[in-house]
Design a binder for this molecule. Sequence first.
Ligand code: KG4
Ligand code: ZN
Length: 336
Amino acid sequence: MQVLGIETSCDETGIALYDTERGLLAHALYSQVRMHEEYGGVVPELASRDHIRRVLPLIRQVLAQAGVQLNDLSAIAYTEGPGLAGALLVGASIAASLGFALQRPTLGVHHLEGHLLAPLLEPKPPAFPFVALLVSGGHTQLMRVDGVGQYQLLGETVDDAAGEAFDKSAKLLGLGYPGGPALAQLAQAGQLGRFKLPRPMLHSGDLNFSFSGLKTAVLTTTREHQLDPAGRADLAAEVQEAITEVLAKKSIAALKQTGLTRLIVAGGVGANTRLRARLSEAVPKFGAQVFYPKLEFCTDNGAMIAFAGAMRLKHAQKNYSFGVKPRWELAELQAP
Ligand code: KG4
Ligand code: ZN
């Protein structure tokens, strides 16, 4: 069975083709980062318009790369939510049109389920059950995962997401959008010890997070100190240290609480090398294993949507009614 995946929830058009026998056959991504850069963040209307421009050429490209004809497709999976309504509608309408024209089922995929299952695309995938640390631009959650669609929320952020904390701190440090990778790069040149930022909710005794206070502390620090380039790098290093320390320690606490021995990390912040280094060091000490998606499948991509769609093929619908869910809780999903 060959499933075409279409991801258009935010500022990346991602297309991929997943074969349930042979694995991922091809994938392509167009990032709108350059276009949104001058506005300092994603402009939803521009995002939707650009998805319209990119989606069909990318689908043709992926099919050609895989040597697959439209008629060979078994189903079309698309991101149904959460995300920007207009951007989601582009993927949903293309999926519904293709499904109707080819008489194939379409599957609306939860974007975070895509992220969460992305580590299963790797050659040595983790077995269920596992703990998932989902860290994206809009979400920071620890989930217990017992199977596809069996997700139990263990803890989440009470305010900003980890990615948002990276992005907002980056902005305060005068870095461009998207801030996470830029801040991580600047942090490499920084020294720890000069600044000390809070580790919010580290000792809260639960698995929740809070990152909005960190942003305020960064703002105060930038106001109190006339930061030269070296100072900005030092502060960037401390921001990264504070965020990744809390994420890593709470992930270990989640393993302890559930008694599980596998952790997966997914979502854009999962690409952060400091977070990976911390987890790769701490998790084995705890007698557990940590799994990551490939770097390119941490951030938004079509492969994770094609894969999640393939896992849900049994639930495929052939009614071609389409809609999107800009807000949608992951824990609401049911097993296929
Ligand atoms: O999962 P994602 O691509 O999109 C959402 O679904 O939100 O995550 C994007 C987030 C952004 O906040 C971005 O700054 C952050 O992931 N990010 C990083 C890194 N790469 C992406 N944060 C820290 N270090 C990175 N290397
Ligand atoms: Zn995402």
